[in-house]
Ligand binder design. Structure first.
Ligand code: AMP
Length: 216
């Protein structure tokens, strides 16, 4: 089972992908996480990507497309993949289609998480993660059980994304509106797009996603 999670920054794609990994044994392929790993490693790609990401703009399609194609190949034995943060442009959606047919794979579900812009800003401005294992937290909605200690790995170091500041968030929302939202009709025309209300708590949203996946 392969699926795409679509939605603006802060819609909860990463959180829901983590839940889907636990529940269905799928592999999460997040282009944002891959790029952040490249930035951390100081690779050439990371150096190119960092400035673009900090400005809240999109990294060039050709770099992203080859990165995701490699990752899909590396996980060819997996039960399926969740694409999180990809595709983000029409060119990426078309390249993905071609890539899947070349690899004899199908995309079973394209799930759009719908959230208001006010909610996005609220969610993004409070989020942080464990610096060691990447587990996600939020100042208001999801603090660790023991203050200052990661629930999953016990680390006491946390970090915030450098592009989670008001200026970059405005630009990321603009990129979503102008470059990513236009791919929704591409998937509507194929008859695979399903939308869920992403405004509720993470359990409620996950229940809706599970219903779609079970119904397919
Ligand atoms: P994300 O973690 O998905 O919010 O992505 C963080 C940043 O990485 C984005 O604002 C873009 O700069 C870059 N990025 C992630 N995925 C893509 C993609 N599919 N296409 C272009 N840029 C991307």
């Amino acid at each position: 089972m392969n699926l795409i999670l679509l939605g603006p920054p802060g819609a909860g794609k990463g959180t829901q992908a983590e839940r889907l990994v636990e529940a269905f044994g799928l592999v999460q392929l997040s282009t944002g996480d891959m790029l952040r790993a490249e930035v951390k490693s100081g690779s050439e790609l990371g150096q190119t990507a960092q400035k673009i990401m900090d400005a809240g703009e999109l990294v060039p399609d050709d770099l992203i497309i080859s990165m995701i194609s490699n990752q899909i190949d590396q996980h060819s034995d997996a039960k399926g993949v969740i694409l999180d943060g990809f595709p983000r442009t029409t060119a990426q959606a078309e390249a993905l289609d071609e890539m899947l047919s070349d690899k004899d794979l199908t995309m079973d579900f394209v799930i759009q998480l719908e959230v208001s812009e006010d909610t996005i800003v609220e969610r993004i401005s409070g989020r942080y993660s464990c610096a060691k294992c990447g587990a996600g937290y939020h100042d208001t909605f999801s603090q660790p059980a023991v203050e200052g200690t990661c629930d999953k790995c016990g680390s006491t170091e946390f970090s915030r994304r450098s592009d989670d500041n008001p200026e970059a968030v405005r630009s990321r929302l603009g990129a979503y509106r102008d470059q990513t939202a236009p791919i929704l009709p591409f998937y509507t025309d194929k008859g695979v797009l399903q939308s869920v209300d992403g405004m509720g708590g993470m359990e409620e949203v996950f229940d809706q996603i599970k219903e779609i996946v079970a119904g397919g």
